[in-house]
Design a protein around this ligand. Sequence first.
Ligand code: DGY
Length: 322
Amino acid sequence: MARPTLLQTRSLPEAVEARAARDYAIRRPEGPDRVLESAALLRAAEGCDGILCAAGDGLDAATVAALPASVRIVATFSVGTDHIALDAARARGIPVTNTPDVLSVATAEIAMLLILMCARRAGEAERLLRAREWKGWAPTQLMGVTLEGKRLGILGMGRIGRALARMARGMGMEVHYRNRARLSPEEEEGATFHGEDGAFLAACDVLSMHIPGGEATRHWLGAARIAQLPRGAIVVNTGRGTTVDDAALCEALRSGHLRAAGLDVFTGEPAIFEGYHSAPNVTLLPHLGSATVETRDAMGFRCLDNLDALLIHGAEPPHRVA
Ligand code: DGY
């Protein structure tokens, strides 16, 4: 039997590519390895049975509506699905799958890394050394804040948020969270649930954001909510850049209302809001949340498990989101 044809939009880890090439006829878009715009994606998808795409690929409503009739499934190499018009996929009857669970710890590690870097001013300190400007140890140089005993507020207590909560507890932080629904006592593991934004924000010495992108969460953290954070709070975002109003965050960092921010995700990636470039108290990472060898392999295999289920075994994909 002929192997199904798969449009693979991006280069993937070696072991994932090897398994994909064994079971599918692989189609790759022309040109360099980068986010695929709608027109190029539609051209490349012609005659394909499935699409293995990644975060940022242009699968808006018009593109999904125009996908060739041959396309029977879209598997995204990400847990986030804000780059795919899920309603349009449902309307076309095209299942969409993602990669939950396998990236939770890796992403929580990046959130904790940013929290530590912000609290201890590690980015500023490293830039000082690289600029050859360090004059030697001094009692008042680059003083940060101790995390032990501080309150960590987790916005979005899904798998990533819960992995971060476990790490934070190990460091002696008090965990608070805001979520659509309260977790069970076993899942809460002693964290304090907040049913409304004001009390939650007031309890954040550090706010770590883990909510999905999309219109419903656009600029969730804007001037009004920033003002409800305690003076000197730290903000970290490893979810999606669109959930933060960049201008408002920059202003709060400039005025001193916020101590620092750590960002792994940005609106309009790979572009970055201009104000961040010159803000000394911002730590910037290039969307590294899931970037470990173990995690990226596991994400790729999860995509292939979903594709195999439908295209090879005629079964329901295990991680279907639409
Ligand atoms: C995800 O899986 O959603 C990560 O942000 C990578 O895109």
